[in-house]
Design a protein around this ligand. Structure first.
Ligand code: FMN
Length: 199
């Protein structure tokens, strides 16, 4: 890489290509942390998909496995959690509250939720994450949800079916919702802010 750079400058690289080259090189040095917690894997899959699509480097952090993570080396942080019984996963909530000020100082933050009550997601997004973070966030999105009854024991299955009945929902073994294009839009907004605030 250094050799190619030297070759270009030796060959009298024009301003435009130099700017493009520097921009592309800087993009590679941007570091994102994607912190999530997931009980049954859907939130993890969303986090892993974002990691694949993101510009620059991104580390995945399972908040259930690390109690006091060091988030200091990251330019941006994306945080994801799921909703159960109308509340955000407790581990994610605690992380947001403990690190709110440090997170708010990042160049960009993104917040995403997983759940099945599509119509309530805007309310949950703004109620469950600290206001300091929702105000600062470059992107705040609902990325869908999944409920696979085969992953639960008999008692939980019975309980979940009862809830579906109460809500007049069709009882299905597997419900999966993924709003089309939402993850791409989430990352687009996140990158826009991250790139505009480059130190
Ligand atoms: C016991 C239970 C309660 C749930 N409660 C809600 C809820 O109140 N609102 C909602 O939108 N989704 C609810 N869900 C759906 C989950 O948010 C959804 O399954 C999500 O994708 C789970 O993410 P995970 O696979 O990362 O654990 C519930 C799921 C379970 C199993």
């Amino acid at each position: 890489m250094v050799y190619i750079k030297k070759m270009l400058s030796a060959a009298g690289e024009d301003k435009e290509s130099a700017a493009e080259r520097i921009y592309q090189e800087e993009r590679k040095t941007v570091n994102t942390l994607i912190a999530y917690a997931s009980k049954k894997g859907f939130t993890y899959e969303c986090a892993a998909a974002l990691q694949q699509q993101i510009n620059g480097k991104a580390d995945l952090l399972d908040l259930a496995a690390v109690r006091k993570p060091d988030i200091s080396g990251y330019n941006g942080v994306i945080i994801g959690g799921s909703i159960r019984a109308s509340r955000l996963n407790r581990t994610v909530k605690r992380f947001c509250e403990m690190y709110a000020e440090e997170l708010a100082d990042k160049q960009a933050i993104g917040l995403f939720l997983c759940g099945l009550e599509k119509e309530k997601m805007q309310e949950y997004l703004h109620r469950e994450f600290p206001q300091l973070l929702t105000e600062k966030a470059a992107a705040v999105s609902w990325l869908g949800g999944r409920m696979d009854l085969s992953q639960y024991n008999a008692l939980t299955r019975w309980f979940l079916k009862r809830i579906m009945q109460e809500k007049d929902q069709e009882i299905k073994e597997l419900i999966e919702v993924k709003p089309p294009g939402e993850a791409e839009e989430f990352l687009r907004k996140y990158h826009e802010v991250l790139n505009s605030r480059k130190a």
